[in-house]
Design a protein around this ligand. Sequence first.
Ligand code: MG
Length: 387
Amino acid sequence: MKITDVRVIRFRTHADRWDIGHARLRPAAEVSQTVTCIDTDAGLTGWFFGGGKHGDQDGMSPDEQRLIEGRVRDLLLGVDPFDREAVWKWMWVANLPEVAQSVIDCALWDLAGRAAGQPVYKLMGAARDKVPAYASTYPNIGPPQVYAEHALACRAEGYKAYKIHPHYFWNPDTGLPTKGRPSNIRADIETINLVREAVGPDMVLMYDVWGTYHTIEETIKVGRELERNDFYWFEHPMPEYRVESYRRLCRELSIPILAPEIAAGGVFTRAEWILQGASDMSRMDIRRGGVTGCRKTAVVCEAFGQRCEIHMAGWGNLQVMGATSQDTSEWYEKGLLAPGVDYDAPHPYLERNCDPMDAEGHVALPTAPGLGYEPIWDYIDDNRVPS
Ligand SMILES: [Mg+2]
């Protein structure tokens, strides 16, 4: 089989979103989505939806799209689409933006799965058919009490775990974007305590400030509150270009530090952080090296007896989790969620969403071949944006 074309279709759609700078709902906000298509001489096409922002519900940037339709396409034409490892290595050496190489790798996995008539996680070797989900909030969903109420609402929906993205780049006292320092530690500590008090001892709680604590002293102060309230992990607390701060933090706190989250370099960076003792759990997702890079990271972590917690929702991340044991990759990040955001509303361009949750708080792995998409092409064609 040979690759005959690489195309990116951009189209308009809509979904509920949260304005994180002002803590307010944006109902049915316009979303620019992309589907990357890798065509073959066998008549099979591999697809990948997304590439931008959180999860896979937003399209790539126009620059990444042009790169894929130009240089990447030229180099993929005539290549056997099953030579994923060779393509993956080439894309790393070529120093392509991580999102662009990830989109290609995921579309090749989709193609391989549909050629075999199997979901990708079965093709890789399935470890399980369902994964436990946690409710992951948007940042800045409101003052501390709003988090406590939201956590209770999520528990009532069946969630067994809840992750707080607290107040950053936004001041919950004034309701305005934060000038200067991004974090609001006092409100964050109040939130940690109110949420635990509201949900009681049994709900698993996680905490993620997205690198906005700028000193190790304030990070340790909040970390002690998390420990006192029996939180499960402390994610990406400080900027990730200061690895030594993370080494000190891991030595100082007993709560597991989950990182790096957004550091560039995919599996290579995560392997280095493990050796440095700079994280207790690793963070990885399919936008940082595709399904291939994500699965490699999970294997490295498994060898070191360290968890590889998969970052963000979406079809590709779910497939990697299905091929990885619960002891290595435990929790699926469902969201982002906020009061009034209907995360489970069907995407108008797909027959079904990837991650409906059952009453026990589990998400079942998709059963359709490939990554699992069943696209509604009439909708995509009707909403196409010329590039
Ligand atoms: Mg995070």
